[in-house]
Ligand binder design. Structure first.
Ligand code: NAP
Length: 309
């Protein structure tokens, strides 16, 4: 039987693993389908303390994983399919196998929010993407006009990254002011290849008949006038949804699916703790996720100590 299973290997899960491992709890850490979490799809992380020149997102999580493994964390490629928290030990179904554990840290992170358009879905990976660093360099986007939708740091980061490849980047935002941090907003405003399309929404993606993106329909929300913006790619960067469906109805969540801790990292089920973006819709930073992972591991350690471990 496991003492502690950590679900997720983003900054939160791996930092929890590091702390649990150093407490001699030999944590089992499940990667889920996206090992390393969303941070691995970011390019350079410039605001994680200790890296004055920035650090590649993938490299950062790989380093934390190595650090955790050095102290005995066991990282296993696998996905949690269901969890039975009705009695101790808890029973987790992981890729068809049952894993029994005294405690769990949920660090499942968040996924990309979609616009919800039918053609967005039909043209996914045919020009519609949710990750510029993953897909931006593809030949189909080179020297082509590209559209990014969103107004936060992610949209700005995507737009700036895409300027390396695109002929022009249109940034479509539904308001007349970016939500992004000032430094990112200034970089976007000053970039000669980025053109802002304010107060506008993407209402359709063209062209399903050609089985590739050739443009988007954009509606000005003030005038209601619609127009077509020719482009070879649509990069959607409109925020995230927490990966918490599996725990719905069992672990307390808010109306948007973010897990709501009862106190600190504790959830409504004693022995189940939470950390990172699956419970944080406010800060959502690599460093706050790492801090939350640390806190969750410390609390789980205290819980296990009270059980006699
Ligand atoms: P975010 O800050 O929540 O921004 C989402 C953006 O998408 C907002 O501008 C929002 O518009 C827009 N939006 C939401 N739903 C929409 C819809 N259905 N249609 C059109 N637009 C929609 O998300 P984020 O940019 O992914 O950032 C998440 C967190 O990660 C933030 O805390 C951010 O600071 C952090 N982050 C930091 C960096 C960095 O420091 N380099 C990079 C990436 C992310 P409204 O503005 O109108 O709400």
């Amino acid at each position: 039987m496991e003492k502690i299973v950590i679900v997720g290997t983003g900054c939160a899960g791996l930092t929890a693993a590091l702390y649990a491992a150093r407490a001699n709890l030999s944590p089992l850490v499940l990667t889920g389908i996206q090992p390393g979490g969303l941070l691995t799809t970011t390019s350079i992380v410039e605001n994680f303390p200790g890296f004055p020149d920035g650090v590649d997102g993938y490299e950062l999580v790989t380093r934390i994983q190595k650090q955790a493994e050095r102290f005995g964390a066991r990282v296993q490629f696998g996905s949690l399919e269901s969890a039975d928290f009705t009695a101790r030990p808890f029973k987790l179904s992981v890729d068809g196998n049952i894993v029994e554990t005294e405690s769990v840290i949920i660090a499942t992170g968040a996924g990309h929010r979609h616009l919800g358009l039918e053609n967005e879905h039909l043209l996914e990976n045919k020009g519609v993407t949710y990750c510029a660093t993953c897909d931006g360099a593809l030949p189909m986007f080179r020297n082509q006009p590209l559209v990014v939708v969103g107004g936060g740091d992610s949209a700005c980061e995507e737009a700036l990254y895409l300027t390396k490849f695109a002929s022009v980047v249109y940034l479509v935002h539904r308001r007349d002011k970016l939500r992004a941090s000032k430094v990112m907003a200034d970089r976007v405003a000053n970039h000669p290849k980025i053109k802002m399309i304010w107060d506008s929404a993407v209402t359709d993606v063209l062209d399903v008949k050609q089985d590739k993106v050739t443009g988007v329909r954009v509606k000005n929300l003030l005038t209601c006038v619609e127009s077509t913006v020719d482009c070879a790619g649509l990069f959607v960067a409109i925020g995230h949804v927490p990966n918490t469906k599996l725990f719905k109805g069992v672990i307390d969540q808010d109306e948007n699916g973010y897990i709501t801790p009862t106190a600190g990292a504790a959830t409504n089920i004693p022995g189940v703790f939470v950390a990172g973006d699956c419970s944080d819709h406010v800060y959502r930073q690599a460093i706050t996720a790492a801090g939350a992972g640390c806190a969750a591991a410390i609390e789980a350690g205290r819980y296990l100590e009270a059980l006699g471990y």
